[in-house]
Each structure stands twice: as C-alpha cells, then as structure tokens.
Ligand binder design. Structure first.
Ligand code: NAD
Length: 697
C-alpha cells in the first residue's frame, strides 16, 4: 500500500466488525488513493475469519462528496469505482454504509454498493451529476431505482437535488437513522445482520408499478422540456429505463457508455470549467486567503434608485441591516415602495413568506440624513453616474464615515481611483459593481483601485459570497471586465446591421446559439438612452472608438426601448414582447444609403463568430493588461452577468474550444471586410494561437 493510500483510508477491527474510515479531507473525494484503500480493506475484511461484518464510514460532515472531478480529464485510473462496487457485491459479510453529513454522487454510489445504509439525522443523499452535465457513472442509475420508487429515482437523478435522511428513510434508501453515535449504531446494525441473507441491489427488481412504456414516454416528454438542450437528463432517463427492461450488467454497460459520451462532450466540459472557475475567483495571488478581514455588520447604501434599492435588498436578504439614504423624502419613498413591491411580488409567487418579507423590510431603514451612516462598517454609493457628483459625495463620506469603514462605489464606467482621490483614505475605497437587478444577478465585479488595501479587497470579496454573489476582481479601466468587452460585442452587432442583417436576425442567431437575450432586445430593455449618453461622452473623449451611428438615429426618434413602447423593436401596450418594426427597417435602410453600403446577406454563423470573437479578443487584452486575474474569471463574468449559456463555458473557454489559431484566422478574414480596421487581434491571442495554447490552461 502506498503512503497516499494509507492516508486516504483507515482500517481497524473492533470486536469482529471491520471499520473502514474514509479520511480524505475536506469532502472525502473518491480519488484514486481512496478507492484503492477501500478496495484493499474490503478484501482484507472478507478474507479475515475474525471479521463478521464491515462498516464504511466517513467524517461527520461528509461520508463522501463523490468523484474527484479533476480525474475526469485524465485517463481512468484503476481501481475505478465500478471495480470497488464489484468487490462490495462479492462480499459474503454484511456491509453497512454509515452516512454522516452528505453522500453525493460517487459517494452515494459507494453507499448503494453496500448491503445497508445507516444515516445520521442531518445526512443528505443525492446524485448531483446532472449539474455537471454527466450522469451517475458507477451503477447509480441502476441501483437507485432498485431501492426507491422509480419516479423518485428519476426525479433525484434528473434534478440533481439531494434529499434529507428522513425522506431517504421513508423511501427506503436508508435502513435506519442513528439516534446516538453513528459508528456505534452502524456497528450494532451490522452485527444484527450477521447470518442473514444479504440484500444486493444488483439482484433486486426496479421499483416501478406501472407499465414501463407508458411511464417512460411521459417522463421523456417532461424531461425533454426541462433539459433545455442539455443531453444528460435524457440519457439518465434512458439508463433508468434500462434498470427496468434489461439485466443489471447490461444496464450498467449502457450507463458507462452514456457516461463516457457525456464526459467527453462539450456541455459537460463547459459545466466542469464553470464549476472550477467559480471556486477560483476568490483566489488573489498577492492577497492570501488568511488575510484578516474587517467586520461588516451594518451597511449604508447611498442612492435609493434602481441599483441602490436592489443592493439594499441583497443585504437584507443576507440578514445584514442597511440604512438607505437619498436626498429627498420623495426619492427615498419611491425607492422603499419599489423594494416593497418587489418583495410582495416574490411573496405572491409563493417564493417568500410574508413573515420573511417583513423581517427583510425591517432590516432596511430609510434616511435623508447622511449623518446617519456614521456607524456603518461599509458604505456603498449608487448615486448618479457623474464624476462631480460622486467626488462630492465621497468628500462628504470621508467626513462622516467612521474610521476603518469601507467606502464602495457602484459606478459602472467612472475611474475608481479618481473617486478615491476625493477622500483622505483612498486605501479604504473599492468598487462594487453590481448588475441589474442587483438583488437577482449573481455577478459582482469587485474593482481594485490603485490604493485599495488588501484587507479591504479581501473583506469585499468575502462579503460578496455572504450576499450569495460571485465576486470577481477587476482592475480599473473603462467598463471594467464585463462592459468593456460588451462594447466590442455591441460594436459588431451594429456593424452587422449596417451591412445587411436586421436586429431580429442578430438577436435570433445569438439566442439560438444560446445567449439568454440578443443584444437589441437587451438594449431595448435597459433603455437605449443610456448607451446614447455614453456614446455622446465618448464622441468627445474617445475619438479612437468607432461607432455605427444607427443607434443614434434610433434614439433621435425617441425610440428609447421598452419604456417608450419602441426601440429597435415595437411593443404592444403592456407587453414586453419585441415585435419587428418596419419603421426601424427604414431607419436602417436610410443609414445604409447615407454611408454608401450596399446591403448583403449575412449568415447566422458570421453573426455568432463576429460577436463572440470580439468578446474573446477584448478579453485577451484585459487579461494581458492584468485587469482580470485569469481567463476563467472573465468567463465567470459573462456566465453570471450577461446571460452567457453555461454549456458554452464563457467567451474565453468557447474560443479555446474553437481553437485560438482558427479564431485568429477568422479575425484576419474580418479585417478585410466592412470596418475591418476595427479588428486588431490582441497580442496575447496571437502569441497563444501561434504556440498552440489556450487562454484557460
Ligand atoms: P438612479 O438614477 O435610478 O438612482 C440614483 C439615485 O441616487 C436617485 O434616487 C437619486 O435621488 C440619488 N442621488 C443622487 N445624488 C445623490 C446624493 N448626493 N446623495 C444621495 N442620493 C443621491 O440610478 P441607478 O441606475 O440606480 O444607478 C446608480 C449607479 O449605479 C450609477 O453609478 C450607475 O452607473 C450604476 N449602475 C447602474 C446600473 C443599471 O443597470 N442601472 C448597473 C450597474 C451600475
């Protein structure tokens, strides 16, 4: 046995019962060392005449969290989990899984390979593989429906949601809930089964008491509707059906083949990338994880508008008291009423109780007096997007905020360093760029200013997690990570219109590709006037930015989007459904004539390539400039803030998948077309493409 194997498991025999302890912190991931250890111990226990029964136990927190996902990308190491399951099935002595905490994925499959399962009252059992685009690959799809009713098994496997011990007991998945010490109970249980016939799930019949054909036809229809183009759920259903219609070993072979197919497929690769990417964002190379953080127990939000209200709700949802400040009673009341309305809508939908709503509202206190923020540990500003307004406010905050308070700005385009410079404590200033609606969107760009102190950054990142957001560090630049990239995407979307596409064609192509919303639908929703204001500023400040003027023409006619009933589309009163509008077609035709462009057919493929490669190219610059810490952070920004489809893994991951050499080639082709001078491949992209490398290594 190697040292690594000894580390991951332990083995003792107590009064005739062998206890195999999984000891691979933090979650008893089933890596190779652990599997090999379990295998060895099971064989030893079976061969030892002094051993009458065997218990497998993990820690109080985790029986096992399942497979080590990193091993999916490497050749399969022996023994794999199915081989361990075979050894379990070969045991001639009672084998009991003692489940404290969670048994998930491969962890539950290991437990299903035992003859019995005893669980602690707080245990959670589940097969969450579908959330990573795969399926339980070690007999789970065959054994689970042999121990609990098929409809419940299908629900668990296609949703990926786990169930608590109590429910598991009800369904028959757990044989006993341990009232006292888990190990003692499991040992006792094991002893009580010595000499009895051992129930092996592989020999059991699947639990379905209706005609399989009718049942699975219904399930397929339902699951197809819910699976939104992901292949895993339907393949899970196929495996579950085999549990009824085919012998165990055939079902297991089908399961393995489907598993291998999914693991190698693009959807699961992307979802696994996202899984790791999310865990990476809080790692900041020069800010160690043990950096002491400041206490944040009460906050103040300045500005009770669209963003301030949503930000205040985010804090209240996390149980943190917040003072919401605006200039006038009127503005404040408008803001607080909107918060009430938003909560009420959630209560009406049955997703929040009235009592919880009252508790949350009770945590939000309104004020028109800036002096009221003196005891806040953190102040977040969400006032008008003007440098003079923000600087003036920060000067005042400097005067009233207590020493050590974090001063944050929600600006989306302004220079955080200039805002910080208005105070005498720039090291306490940080950017917290929430996305609209702030109480819903998961992305939080945490903007690290030139002088932002390390503990301020660490505190803000941790706070982001407390708010259940995905905090991503961004350096200071115009638009930070997300909006700076969006600028290039938008630019291409407009050029495509200039050349011959319609807004509905651009939106349609990108939506079919997977974006939650096409760009023109998005602008109409956000308000076209916002972009117009930014462009007007940029016409003065950034002559290097080249824009199609078609959006200005649309705005000049007051077509500000949904709120005006018309934008790039028209809207029926009270409806948000974008409808094509011939007036927009005329605006576009007139603009083409004005700039002398003969419209041509634009393919959906070109639309997707130009918009996506524009994102990846700007992402490469952002990476090279050190604005983002890593390519996967950029992917997280798009996945959580911009409706990027998870199964595409983010713009950088997508470009990696296409192949950077191919991406570069396509860009060089675009350089020859309309507004081709706007395509300047980022030096990093060129270097990586030439070296055959990827953004995400
Ligand atoms: P808004 O116009 O809806 O709200 C601004 C609020 O600030 C108003 O209620 C106003 O009365 C108040 N206010 C202005 N000056 C103030 C002062 N000195 N003291 C107290 N209150 C003051 O604006 P918004 O859309 O919520 O945007 C706020 C900030 O958030 C801006 O910096 C904006 O760029 C940024 N942001 C907006 C979005 C978005 O989608 N709307 C997204 C991300 C970031």
């Amino acid at each position: 046995m190697s040292d690594a194997t000894r580390d991951a498991t332990q083995y003792v025999v107590r009064d005739g019962v062998a206890v195999v302890t999984l000891d691979n912190p933090p979650v008893n991931g089933l890596n190779n060392a652990l599997r090999a250890g379990v295998m060895q111990h099971l064989k030893a226990a079976d061969a030892d005449p002094a051993v009458k029964a065997v218990v497998i136990i993990g820690s109080a927190k985790a029986f096992s969290g399942g497979a080590d996902i990193r091993e999916f990308n490497a050749p399969r190491l022996k023994p794999d989990l199915p081989a361990v399951n075979d050894q379990q099935d070969a045991m001639g002595k009672p084998l009991v899984a003692a489940i404290g905490g969670f048994a998930l994925g491969g962890g539950l499959e290991l437990a299903l390979g035992c003859h019995y399962r005893v669980a602690a009252p707080k245990a959670q059992l589940g097969l969450p593989e579908v959330k990573l685009g795969i399926l339980p690959g070690s007999g789970g799809t065959q054994r689970l429906p042999r121990v609990i009713p098929m409809p419940e098994a299908v629900k668990m496997m296609t949703s990926g949601n786990s169930i608590p011990a109590e429910k598991a007991k009800e369904l028959g998945l757990v044989d006993e809930i341990a009232q006292g010490d888990l190990l003692q109970s499991a040992i006792q249980f094991a002893r009580s089964r010595v000499g009895q016939a051992l129930p092996r799930l592989r020999d059991a019949r699947a639990k379905l008491d209706e005609d399989p054909q009718a049942f699975f036809a219904r399930v397929r229809e339902q699951v197809a509707k819910e699976s939104k183009g992901y292949p895993a759920p339907l393949l899970i259903v196929e495996c579950a059906e085999a549990a009824v219609t085919r012998p165990f070993d055939e079902g297991r072979r089908l399961e393995r083949a489907n598993f291998d197919r999914l693991v190698a497929g693009p959807e699961s690769r992307a979802l696994r990338h996202m899984f790791f990417a999310e865990r990476q964002t809080s790692k900041i190379p020069d800010v160690p994880e043990d950096t002491p953080v400041r206490e944040v127990n009460r906050v103040a939000v300045i500005g009770a508008g669209t963003m301030g209200g949503g930000i205040a709700m985010s804090f209240a949802n996390a149980g943190i008291p917040v003072t919401l400040v605006d200039m006038t009673e009127e503005a404040l009341n408008r803001g607080i009423n909107l918060i009430r309305k938003n909560y009420s809508a959630t209560v009406d939908k049955g997703r929040l109780t009235q009592a919880d709503m009252d508790k949350r509202i009770g945590l939000i206190r309104g004020s028109t007096d800036l002096g009221g923020i003196a005891n806040a540990d953190m102040v977040i500003e969400a006032v008008f997007e003007r440098m003079d307004v923000k600087q003036e406010l920060f000067r005042k905050l400097d005067g009233v905020a207590k020493k050590g308070a974090i001063l944050a700005t929600n600006t989306s385009t302004l220079d955080v360093d200039q805002i910080a410079a208005a105070t005498r404590r720039p090291s306490d200033v940080v950017g917290t760029h929430f996305f609209s609606p702030a109480n819903v969107m998961r992305l939080l760009e945490v903007v690290r200013g030139r002088e932002t102190a390390k503990d301020v950054l660490a505190t803000t990142m941790k706070l982001g997690k407390r708010l259940k957001k995905v905090p991503v560090v961004s350096g200071v630049c115009d638009g930070f990570i997300g909006n700076r990239m969006l600028e290039k995407y938008t630019q291409q979307a407009y050029f495509l219109i200039d050349e011959g596409a319609s807004p509905q064609q651009v939106d349609g192509a990108l939506q079919r590709w997977g974006m939650a919303m096409g760009p023109f639908t998005m602008y109409d929703m956000a308000g076209n006037d916002i972009g117009w204001e930014i462009r007007k500023r940029r016409y003065r400040e950034r002559p290097d930015f080249v824009y199609s003027r078609v959006a200005d023409r649309v705005c000049e006619l007051g077509r500000f989007g949904q709120k005006a009933g018309k934008g790039f589309y028209r809207y029926e009163p009270g409806s948000r459904k974008p409808l094509p509008d011939p007036e927009v077609d005329s605006i576009i035709s007139a603009y083409r004539a004005e700039i002398g462009v003969q419209p041509r057919h634009v393919s959906d493929e070109e639309i997707v390539q130009r918009c996506m490669y524009a994102l990846a190219n700007e992402g490469a610059r952002i990476l090279e400039e050190g604005i983002a810490l890593r390519a996967s952070d950029i992917d997280m920004v798009y996945l959580t803030g911009y409706g990027f489809p998870p199964y595409r893994g983010g713009p950088m991951f997508y470009a990696d998948g296409v192949g950077l050499a191919k991406v570069l080639d396509a860009m060089r082709g675009f350089q020859k077309g309309y507004q081709g001078t706007q395509w300047k491949p980022a030096p990093l992209l060129v270097r990586l493409a030439e070296a055959g490398k990827r953004f995400n290594e």
